[in-house]
Write a protein that binds this ligand. Structure first.
Ligand code: FES
Length: 128
């Protein structure tokens, strides 16, 4: 099984003004880290995904699988559902998690789904 990567914007703000010494995105990342200690998913913080007004933002991808783009993830509540979806994605052929198995929060947060790159394109990119 190929390890998927979950990209999470570390710079996304909390959706409401909060007194905090961290960002909403970093808070979400901190909540996700313990969920992936088993190595099933590579959690990769990124700096801005160009959808700042739809914070928090994340993307899930793996070679040969669909790519899911998420918007409006709650920094306080999204981690358990997002982690579960990542595990479902890791186990699913081409990342096609059946719609009925997705949590309501994940159904709402999925903004885009992109098709997988052709295997040859992935292999060429890795070889570079
Ligand atoms: S700060 Fe997160 S998408 Fe721009």
């Amino acid at each position: 099984m190929t390890q998927p990567t979950l990209f999470v914007c570390a710079l996304c703000k909390f959706p409401t003004a909060e007194t905090s010494d961290t960002t909403g995105g970093q808070h979400l990342i901190d909540q996700l880290m313990p969920q992936f200690e088993d190595g099933t998913v590579n959690l990769q913080p990124v700096r801005c995904m160009a959808a700042c007004d739809r914070a928090c933002n994340a993307a899930l991808s793996a070679p040969g699988k669909l790519t899911f783009i998420f918007n409006d993830l709650s920094p306080h509540q999204a981690a358990p559902d997002l982690a579960e979806f990542c595990r479902q994605y890791a186990a699913a052929s081409m990342g096609k998690v059946p719609y009925g198995l997705r949590s309501p929060a994940i159904k709402q947060a999925i903004a885009y789904v992109l098709p997988p790159l052709a295997v040859e394109e992935v292999e060429a990119a890795i070889a570079r």
